[in-house]
Design a binder for this molecule. Structure first.
Ligand SMILES: *Cc1c(COP(=O)(O)O)cnc(C)c1O
Length: 455
């Protein structure tokens, strides 16, 4: 007997996960430890405490506890916008004339517009628990800053966001959402921090970079009493919080007896991908099931497909701990023509180790084909996807078309991380035919990798 699968598979509140799943616990080869940039030795809890909240520092270092309780207050916040639906893409399947069954988990149903709120609320909760006054962070395009400002306003915490100056000027609407939620948004480099003043003096008129904004946010956290720094991706604690995506997905699939064949996610710093795949990768690690897992990254910032698995700095300012990860070098800056997000130079150390050990594969795609997939998806499924999410759509469509050739009815699941409402400048470029595909040369990547620290 086969059950009719609805367009949307919803979970009831009582079916929502009460614990996050820490995939590191089931990994035989653990991700390499973070290193203290001063000593180049594995970083300790005490060394992390001045920068991160203690509970989060503990989660960062914990690679043995498989399940960690989600505190009640976070669960009740999750209930305002979760569970997110798992949608059967019947309309896309029809348009592609494929025998494949396509499912997507949509994380854009909240004001911040992406999955980032899942970790922002957890990080704000622990900051509040520890009696802090506030947190500082950086934001590029603004999704993380928006999510964090929502989370901080819920817990009545001060939120200071250093926003890359070029985005501050070009994305005024993101900035206003953050201010509406009470965040203080400062264009970076600013004149408020030593590092900002120094950069402004050295490079008058600079429009800033993520690396510079990170350095300013860290300085702001460590120079104000009662403040800590928080980060929206890459870190293992963020992957842990994002496991809510994968746990809900798995529960929804199990409800209808659906076994995924393929799980696809876009990869910037690796947090949504890592969260989506965690429970599935856990089954693979324990030898219980097998899945084809695909990480999709932009051809203009190809850390998994063309980077090197080495220790590197997480930020351009080299103030954060070093992580062993697939990286293009902390000085790597993707082409200015690249409009599709996912611009981070490195990859989560958990995702990197799983990739190194063959649990997942990686593909890189060009931005024009990504926007073609975004347009096709928007027209048949109705949702205007974020450019980042559209990397996953591209590969899901490619795989569904392969199924058409072979006649296989594979179950393809992909993560749709957010909406594209704030990315209309990128869509405009695509619609005007002004989009170009820049792929870095081997020489450029080698030059950047040559500057990696020796550890
Ligand atoms: C930030 C972001 C991403 C990429 O970040 P990861 O840490 O790789 O998940 C993907 N999609 C959207 C919509 C984002 O905002």
């Amino acid at each position: 007997m086969s059950m009719e699968i609805p367009y949307k598979i919803y979970l009831e509140e009582k079916e929502m996960p009460s614990q996050w799943y820490n995939v590191r616990a089931d990994m035989t080869n653990k991700p390499a430890p973070l290193l203290n940039p001063g000593t180049m030795q594995p970083i300790t809890l005490d060394e992390l405490k001045p920068v991160f909240c203690e509970a989060l520092a503990r989660q960062e270092l914990d690679d043995t506890t498989p399940y960690i309780d989600i505190p009640e207050e976070i669960r009740s916040f999750y209930k305002m916008y979760r569970p997110s639906p798992l949608t059967r893409a019947y309309c896309l399947e029809k348009a592609l004339d494929t025998p494949a069954h396509i499912y997507y988990k949509f994380e854009g149903n909240n004001t911040s517009g992406s999955h980032k709120l899942n970790s922002a609320i957890a990080q704000a909760y622990y900051a509040k628990q520890e009696g802090l006054k506030g947190v500082t962070t950086e934001t590029g395009a603004g999704q993380w800053g928006t999510a964090l400002s929502m989370a901080c306003s819920y817990f009545d915490l001060d939120c200071q966001v250093y926003m890359v100056k070029v985005s501050y000027e070009q994305k005024p609407f993101r900035r206003e959402v953050m201010r509406t939620y009470g965040a203080k948004v400062t264009p970076s480099p600013s004149m408020d921090t030593n590092v900002g003043r120094k950069i402004n003096q050295e490079f008058p008129g600079t429009t800033g970079s993520l690396g510079c904004a990170i350095s300013e946010a860290v300085e702001a956290a460590t120079s104000q009493d009662g403040y800590r720094y928080v980060l929206g991706s890459v870190l293992s604690q963020v992957l842990l919080h994002q496991s809510i995506i994968g746990l809900e997905t798995k529960t929804a699939l199990d409800k209808y007896g659906i076994k995924a064949d393929m799980i696809i996610g876009c990869a910037g710093g690796g947090s949504n991908l890592g969260g989506l795949i965690s429970p599935f990768a856990g089954e693979m690690l324990r030898g219980e099931a097998d899945y084809q897992i695909i990480a999709v990254e932009p051809a203009s910032c190809p850390s998994l497909t063309r980077g090197s698995y080495r220790y590197d700095f997480c930020d351009t300012g080299k103030v954060c701990p070093l992580a062993k990860m697939y990286t293009l070098g902390s000085g790597f800056i993707p082409s200015a023509n690249h409009a599709g997000g996912l611009r981070y130079h490195g990859m989560s150390s958990v995702v990197s180790q799983l990739y190194e050990d063959g649990y997942l594969e990686a593909r890189s795609v060009g931005q024009t084909e990504v926007f073609q997939a975004a347009q096709q998806f928007a027209r048949v499924e109705g949702i205007l996807p974020a450019p980042e999410s559209s990397h996953a759509i591209r590969v899901a469509i490619n795989e569904a078309l392969k199924c058409k050739e072979t006649g296989e009815a594979k179950n393809i699941v992909f993560g749709l991380t957010g909406t594209g409402y704030f990315d209309m400048v990128a869509y405009q470029k695509f619609n005007d035919g002004d989009m170009s595909d820049y792929i870095p040369t081997d020489a450029e990547i080698e030059a950047s990798l040559a500057k990696l620290p020796t550890v």
